[in-house]
Write a protein that binds this ligand. Structure first.
Ligand code: SAM
Length: 186
């Protein structure tokens, strides 16, 4: 989805989705964290991190976490928030083109995969295949109500289920969102 859409969303408000203050978002973060099968992850990747609200919580479970967003002011805010967390690296990068060198055992797509068009979705799966280690987890969390985004949130689980080397190992279906973990076959 175009950069302009997000520039407009953030124009007058650094937290237009109320990530830091709404009970809905805070509860969703806690549910998503509790779905992660492993107590700790060695190296995680979080595209579309915004101002770092979920990043801050994820950081408590990761030895290293690379988080990024293409909205630069949000990257600055996320870096400020995480200044005391040396294991977190916040980058100004674009999904699905950016995959840090090396591999990792956790990828988190929280409210970001539904912005992908068909080509972007193919690139995201190809990048994931290169980056996520065998046995590693993909956590996907998306609002399932109506939106004007390219990919309905309610279709993301079915899309990920269609990837042969991913197996859905955990799921939570809430009236407003779906959260699940897909584990890469060894
Ligand atoms: C709805 S917010 C989700 C924030 C965070 N993942 C969470 O769940 O709290 C979507 C964020 O993804 C970012 N974003 C959208 N498309 C992106 C892309 N192609 N590359 C990088 N960031 C993107 C937006 O700038 C925005 O900050």
């Amino acid at each position: 989805m175009a950069h302009d859409y997000f520039d407009a969303m953030y124009a007058d408000d650094s937290d237009p989705w109320r990530f830091d203050t709404s009970w809905y978002e805070r509860r969703k973060y806690q549910i998503a964290l509790s779905l992660l099968p492993r107590q700790r992850y060695r190296r995680a990747l979080e595209p579309g991190c915004s101002i770092g609200s979920f990043t801050e919580l994820l950081a408590t479970r990761c030895d290293e976490l690379v988080a990024f967003d293409f909205h630069e002011p949000s990257v600055v805010n996320a870096r400020d928030r995480l200044a005391d967390a040396p294991q977190v690296h916040v980058r100004h990068e674009t999904f699905p083109g950016f995959w840090p060198e090396g591999t990792g055992d956790l990828v988190v797509w929280s409210e970001v995969a539904y912005y992908l068009n068909t080509r972007g979705a193919s690139r995201a799966i190809a990048g994931l295949q290169n980056w996520l280690e065998p046995g590693g987890d993909l956590l996907a969390v998306h609002y399932t109500g109506a939106t004007n985004y390219p990919r309905p949130g309610a279709e993301i689980a079915t899309w990920l289920d269609s990837v042969g080397w991913l197996e859905r190992t955990v799921e939570c279906i809430d009236p407003s969102f779906e959260a699940g973990v897909w584990t890469r076959s060894a």
